[in-house]
Ligand binder design. Structure first.
Ligand code: ADP
Ligand code: MG
Length: 387
């Protein structure tokens, strides 16, 4: 059963009204470009095959009722009360779908809102670094955009998802996840300029080259909101201020010798990660265009080293996952996500996956680390209407 089937089934348990449609949006993985988003730089994520689906039936009143296979409760709110309920907070998971409804109405004043029953089901694991939040936002935004004739394009719907997450749920995230989920293309990644929001799908050619992306989720908890993350952001702000530019996006590799003179050692290394990481995203896109996927391995490895040594956001489990997959024949590997835990990815010949998986399991056991969760992700199509 897919998420689309499950959502449809759940809807029939909510209402006898006819199905208006089913929409879905995927989770995402970031190939390269870490901590560059809030520096107005470049990221290069791809949508994955696992999706979240929203099945919708129209109601005759002005109530939005949401239910999910993820939770037992059904939450309902009238359109007239939506502002107040969002402002009051405490909606838990329902803050995502209801926040999207609220943000959509804010972004699309010409929309024709009406009451809906909305049933959600998902294949995207929660909290595994694959952005189940962007998937639920993308599915609900796509559904309500059509049902309410809001007329927003995919970039505008990504913005709706971000507004929901930032202002309704209260999670201070960038727009990368939503853009990746909305705009994904099969066997491609989305180059995103986080300043201009310009995007370009770039063919990855993994399938043709016999390559896969293996994810090693270390299951080590990452704490985004703690001091580590804030310290990195503050260091980036100090670096930009020293150069008198709005963001580190405006500092280039050629500026680094000057940065070394102006900044203390720690701030300099934080800045060097961002500046070189932005360049690595550009180099990855250029290498894919010119030479295909087997040319990007070293860039992934350099990205990991930069996060480990300069940005200092890796942990021993992530380093071990990277080293072990490289030793097992991966072309490149790096930690992905905010750091201090979470997952690593490895670009690896598909035939080597079983041996690499065994090697990682053995290495983790030998180090006394918790057994990681290991699986593949496939660059896939973004948000769409399924039925
Ligand atoms: P992730 O890294 O998976 O995006 P987040 O903490 O950003 O982790 O988002 C996870 C939260 O999103 C869940 O705790 C839940 O509140 C909500 N969520 C995700 N998927 C669903 C779903 N299918 N149904 C209901 N809520 C969901
Ligand atoms: Mg999330």
């Amino acid at each position: 059963m897919t998420a689309v089937d499950d959502a449809r089934t759940l809807l029939t348990r909510m209402t006898d009204a006819p199905l208006a449609g089913v929409w879905s949006a995927p989770g995402r993985a970031n190939l390269i470009g870490e901590h560059t988003d809030y520096n107005e730089g470049f990221v290069f994520p791809f949508a994955i095959a696992q999706r979240t689906a929203a099945a919708v039936a129209v109601r005759s009143d002005d109530v939005i009722r949401v239910r999910s296979t993820f939770a037992d409760d059904t939450v309902e709110v009238s359109l007239a009360d939506l502002d107040a309920r969002i402002a009051a907070g405490g909606l838990d998971w329902a803050g995502y779908p209801l926040g999207v409804a609220w943000a959509l109405l804010r972004e699309a004043p010409d929309a024709a809102p009406r009451g809906v029953d909305l049933a959600l089901a998902s294949e995207v694991p929660v909290g595994a670094g694959l952005s189940s939040s962007a998937a639920i936002e993308g599915a609900v935004a796509s559904a309500l955009n059509d049902v309410w004739n809001a007329g927003l394009d995919k970039v505008a719907l990504a913005r709706v998802g971000r507004i929901a997450e930032n202002d309704a749920v209260g999670a201070p995230t960038g727009i990368m996840d939503q853009m990746a989920s909305m705009l994904g293309v099969a066997d491609a990644a989305t180059f995103l300029d986080c300043r201009t929001l310009e995007t370009r799908p770039v063919a990855l050619g993994f399938a043709e080259a016999g390559l896969s992306i293996l994810v090693i989720d270390t299951l080590v908890e990452h704490a985004h909101s703690t001091g580590g993350y804030r310290e990195r952001r503050e260091a980036c702000e100090r670096g930009a201020a020293a150069f008198d530019v709005p963001a580190l996006r405006d500092v280039t590799v050629d500026d680094l010798p000057r940065a070394a003179e102006m900044l203390d050692d720690v701030t300099f290394r934080r800045v060097r990660h961002i500046v070189t990481e932005n360049q690595r995203v550009l180099d990855t896109v250029a290498a894919l265009d010119a030479d295909g996927p087997s040319a990007i391995g070293d860039l992934l490895v350099a990205s990991h080293a930069s996060m480990r040594d300069d940005f200092e956001i890796s942990v021993p489990e992530l380093d071990l996952a990277v080293e072990t997959t490289l030793g097992a024949g991966a072309l490149g590997a790096r930690m992905t996500g905010g750091g201090f835990g979470g997952a690593a990815i490895a670009l690896i010949p598909t035939g080597l996956i079983p041996a690499a998986t065994e090697a990682v399991r053995a290495a983790f056991a030998a180090s006394g680390f918790r057994a990681p969760n290991i699986f593949t992700v496939t660059p896939s199509e973004g948000a769409r209407r399924d039925a």
